[in-house]
Design a protein around this ligand. Structure first.
Ligand code: AG3
Length: 270
């Protein structure tokens, strides 16, 4: 009996493997390779250039954490948001659930959106909801000329190799800040502190040179390298610590306070 597996390679000596029922799709786009697998344990899985982007079973962790934490940390009401990347629609959906009224979601690869509409309709459905404006284009270019328009900016990107490399650079964070209203917050996924310390270091350094306040927080995401994942957010305003939050499936008041507590090896990276 032949067993089929999808593996994300972390190094020559390490990989994470999912036994799959089926490969549902494989396309090469102008930007990257996209694959969709039906896995036994995590439901459908979307991968880009061989790296896990989301699975049906654990996407809620990433998408809640990249939205709820900055939303509740904001000292100004979050009514409008910009998402760069996020072509699956997961982050936009979470922002809508928080009551954000206007969302511009700028994804560079229209195939990510098409594939998500077909295989992850619960996530991509957010693109058809009122208030969400999907733009297919380069986030870096989209930012040109955008001044003080958003309360929150979310960078939901792939790893800092290939198309997303520029999204971890200081110059990009500078442009992102220009697009924010005074007191607005920017947040980016910043990789696995254990396996990708340079991603975290780049995000942290880049944001530090642009924003007065920068904080790193982490979450447990089983299907990403090491399962221990970081996010980095920056603002010129003080971060607020809300009394009450609406709970998600991962996010709650304890997580809102505790996600900023970092192990010593993470402090040593940043
Ligand atoms: N974007 C971040 C995925 C990074 C995963 N890296 C990896 N597996 N090596 C997720 C997109 C979900 N909206």
């Amino acid at each position: 009996m032949i067993e089929n597996w999808f593996s994300e390679r972390y190094s020559d000596n390490l990989q994470l493997s999912f036994r799959i029922k089926d490969q549902l799709l494989s396309v090469r786009t102008d930007f990257q390779r996209i694959d969709v697998f039906d896995t036994y344990d995590f439901g459908k899985l979307l991968s880009i250039d061989g790296t896990v982007q989301l699975t049906e079973r654990d996407e809620f962790v990433y998408h809640e954490m990249i939205t709820h934490v900055p939303f509740y940390s904001s000292s100004i009401p979050v009514r409008s948001a910009l998402i760069i990347g996020g072509g699956d629609g997961g982050a936009a959906g979470q922002l809508l659930s928080l009551g954000v009224e206007r969302i511009d979601n700028v994804e560079i690869d229209n195939q990510v959106v098409e594939v998500s509409r077909r295989f992850f309709p619960d996530l991509a459905g957010s693109f058809s909801k009122p208030g969400v404006n999907l733009v297919i284009g380069d986030g870096v270019k989209f930012l040109r000329g955008k001044k003080a328009q958003y309360d929150l900016a979310i960078v939901d990107s792939t790893d800092p190799v290939g198309p997303a490399e520029g999204l971890f650079q200081e110059e990009f964070y500078r442009n992102l800040k220009e697009a924010l209203r005074p007191g607005g917050i920017a947040v980016t996924q910043s990789g696995s502190p254990f396996y990708q310390p340079r991603a975290l270091e780049m995000a942290y350094r880049g944001m530090r040179s642009v924003f007065r306040n920068v904080r790193v927080y982490t979450a447990f995401i089983p299907t990403y390298p090491s399962g221990f994942w970081s996010f980095t957010m920056g603002s010129d305003a003080e971060f607020s610590s809300p009394k009450g939050v609406r709970v998600g499936r991962y996010f709650n008041g304890d997580i809102m306070r505790g996600c900023f507590l970092l192990p010593q090896f993470v402090h040593e990276i940043i």
